[in-house]
Design a protein around this ligand. Structure first.
Ligand SMILES: [Cu+2]
Length: 159
């Protein structure tokens, strides 16, 4: 890195500082979040893995390196549920993030995404959660497995 690079980086920091001084709290940008979900295997039948795609409203570009926790609440019964907060993990594709939630009740839920990166923001997503697999009857039944192998003969072959 040459001195010139250091110098321009210094100017960049100065500009950044100046901006922060003028606009101390308000973020100029907003985050746009799309979501999709797929069921995961939980005994509740209410477990889902969510994938969130995070974009900048200003640039319409995907946001990498975001970090957020997700809190949950049912709008019809505020404060009644106390599911643990979940922290986002990077997804398979750039700008995507995943979380797993095991809901304790089907119905309308709010997912409250509390971002710390790229900046502090809260995005609320409304989603309907349905119970899956309740009447399909095709669950793998492990109750018939016999793990007792005492009847087997595993004698070593003598050569
Ligand atoms: Cu509820």
């Amino acid at each position: 890195m040459s001195f010139r690079h250091y110098k321009s980086f210094g100017i960049f920091l100065l500009v950044l500082n100046a901006f922060a001084f003028v606009e101390p709290a308000k973020a100029a940008d907003r985050l746009i979040v799309d979501h999709s979900k797929k069921p995961i295997d939980t005994t509740s039948g209410l477990g889902y893995e969510y994938t969130f795609k995070v974009k900048s409203h200003q640039s319409a570009k995907i946001v990498e390196g975001a970090d957020f926790i997700v809190a949950t609440d049912m709008p019809s019964m505020p404060g009644a549920h106390h599911m643990p907060h979940v922290r986002s993990e990077p997804g398979h594709h750039p700008g995507t993030y995943t979380i797993k939630l095991d809901f304790d009740m089907p119905g309308e839920w709010n997912l409250i995404l509390k971002f710390s990166k790229p900046f502090r923001e809260q995005v609320v997503i409304r989603d309907t959660v349905e119970k899956y697999g309740a009447s399909t009857g095709n669950k793998t039944d492990h109750s018939t497995h016999n793990m007792d192998h005492s009847g087997h003969s595993h004698k070593k072959k003598k050569e």
